[in-house]
Design a protein around this ligand. Structure first.
Ligand code: MN
Length: 266
């Protein structure tokens, strides 16, 4: 089961390189998924065509979203932005929404989803909100540093099997005003939004502000459950597509027989 995972391009050792933390690859493979890594592309139509080949979309962590995309001016504490990545990911999100393609949004990803659906962001938690805990603990990527309360009726609560958990925290921004057709599924103990999800039962979209991909090897099961639920949604999307299209059943059988034919011809 192929899933698209967004990546960035940045200069490392003087060379522009495509980058994605390997933790995403390991976590997705652990859930039985095969990641297809999608960097920012100049041609957003081409980027969207990649979604034809996959069963799900993962929006990964990274740079701050350009505040002009949500009608704000840059705060002095705004971090690095990557406009081509913003454009590519917003196009992928819109297409995933249109197709009801299962979407897992992580860290920057939850922020991209919120902006794409019309919401806004807090550009820098420490300088813009009082009484917030430290949320940018980059040196403790695989450590559960703060608590999160999950909305009892949310999809996230069903996935995690819990209404409270502890998570890592590697962000200085957060969801501010919520976008359309989505709801808050989780908050940190200080009130910072740590989870959102789609209001539409037909669109599996789960966003988290923490980094579950860094926590799948911990004793606690929550983060493995999140990736497993995403994998289940990807499989369910494929099976519902093939049951609604009888011809797809025939099409799905043909690659195997085609393969045998090729073998025979050799
Ligand atoms: Mn946090």
């Amino acid at each position: 089961m192929l899933v698209a995972v967004t990546a960035t391009v940045r200069v490392v050792d003087g060379v522009d390189r495509v980058r994605l933390n390997a933790a995403y690859v390991r976590a997705l493979e652990g859930a039985g998924l095969v990641p297809l890594i999608v960097p920012p592309l100049a041609d957003t139509d081409a980027a969207v065509r990649i979604l034809d080949a996959v069963s799900g979309l993962v929006l990964s962590g990274g740079e701050d979203v350009d505040p002009s995309l949500y009608g704000d001016t840059p705060h002095p504490a705004l971090g690095a932005v990557n406009c081509s990545r913003d454009v590519t990911e917003l196009a992928l999100l819109a297409a995933a929404r249109e197709r009801n393609l299962p979407t897992l949004a992580i860290c920057r990803g939850i922020q991209v989803v919120n902006v794409g659906l019309g919401g806004t962001l807090v550009q820098d938690l420490p300088s813009q909100q009082s009484d917030v805990a430290e949320h940018e603990l980059d040196g403790q990527r695989a450590t559960r540093v703060h608590g999160v309360s999950v909305e009892p009726s949310s999809r996230l609560a069903r996935i995690l099997g819990s209404e409270s958990l502890d998570v890592n925290s590697i962000h200085h921004q957060a969801v501010d005003r919520l976008g359309d057709a989505m709801r808050v599924s989780a908050r940190a103990d200080d009130g910072v939004i740590e989870g959102v999800e789609s209001d539409d039962p037909d669109w599996w979209m789960v966003g988290v502000q923490w980094h579950p991909e860094e926590l799948t090897a911990t004793p606690e099961p929550w983060d493995r459950r999140l990736f497993d639920a995403f994998a289940d949604a990807c499989r369910a999307g494929v099976s519902s597509a093939s049951t609604s299209l009888p011809s797809a059943l025939g099409a799905s059988a043909s690659p195997a027989s085609g393969g045998l034919e090729k073998e025979a011809h050799r």
